[in-house]
Design a protein around this ligand. Structure first.
Ligand SMILES: [Zn+2]
Length: 285
């Protein structure tokens, strides 16, 4: 009994520490000024010299602005603006989800990655080019899933060619290292695309059925950025993908009770992130 009690106390203590660590990064309101630099790994890192994505631009609008997660490396900002212009040319307006906090780092909820200013979530659902949502609507409008998960199928009554075009355009940026999408969406594209070369960068994952998650490669100005292991060669339309789809469909048919994931810990961050968090002027790596 006593041991259980001590273990519980220890868990609560650890949980509180982790949450606190995440919050320190979440409470920072401004980027660290200076030369842009992505530091560490996508799921254990931070960013110096981040800039804010303007909340509305040509062909895009930032959603859930109250979260204050619209900061990134200047290359990420430029990439999103480029995507917006492409959507706008096709009559659409992209809805942009989370980028990173002003100095990156772990978030108190929602993501494990998005820590180094190189990740962005882009909704599949688009608005028309001429429509800008009110502030209240950017908080309220629901993300819309594009799959019928229990059947392991794309929801064709919702899916539009322009969503495929946005995905394809994103893969074609040389800045983009990979894009996470729900395996069911990738599978559907494997079946419908004649030229499957561009599917290489699409990585199957859980969730990501209402948005896709774009990850940029480490920028040349960021010596402390830790790259991810390269994607295996090929278009990825293979047995592994079929297994992903099967697992996702199976999980949707017998859902397990939801367990709130613990916030990511700040303990694994590179030491340099401490200087970024604490505004140390000595930060001149
Ligand atoms: Zn994401």
């Amino acid at each position: 009994m006593m041991i259980r009690f001590i273990a519980l106390f220890f868990l609560l203590f650890l949980g509180a520490t982790a949450a606190h660590a995440g919050n320190a990064w979440s409470k920072i309101s401004d980027p660290l000024a200076g030369r842009p630099q992505a530091i560490g790994f996508y799921s254990a890192g931070c960013i110096a010299g981040a800039i804010a994505l303007p909340l509305v631009g040509d062909g895009y609008q930032v959603m859930r602005t109250s979260r204050h997660r619209y900061y990134g490396h200047p290359l990420l900002i430029r990439f999103i603006e480029q995507q917006g212009r492409q959507a706008s040319a096709g009559g659409g307006r992209l809805l942009i989800g989370d980028l990173a906090q002003p100095r990156g780092g772990p978030m108190s909820n929602g993501h494990r990655s998005h820590q180094s200013g190189l990740d962005v979530d882009v909704w599949f659902l688009q608005q028309s080019r001429d429509r800008v949502l009110s502030k209240a609507d950017t908080e309220r409008v629901n993300m819309l899933s594009m799959v019928r998960a229990t059947q392991g199928e794309l929801n064709r009554s919702r899916w539009l060619p322009r969503y495929r075009d946005a995905l394809k355009f994103a893969t074609q940026s040389p800045l983009v290292e990979r894009i996470f999408v729900n395996a069911i969406i990738k599978q559907a594209l494997c079946e419908s695309e004649i030229d499957r070369g561009w599917l290489h960068k699409l990585r199957p994952w859980w969730g990501h059925d209402a948005h896709f998650h774009v990850r940029l490669a480490c920028p040349p100005d960021s010596a402390q950025c830790k790259p991810q292991r390269p994607i295996p060669p090929g278009d990825g339309c293979n047995a592994d993908l079929a297994n992903w789809v099967r697992d996702i469909a199976q999980a949707a048919r017998s859902p397990k009770p939801y367990r709130k994931p613990s916030p990511p810990s700040a303990d694994r961050l590179p030491a340099m992130c401490n200087a970024v968090l604490n505004n140390l002027t000595a930060f001149t790596p």
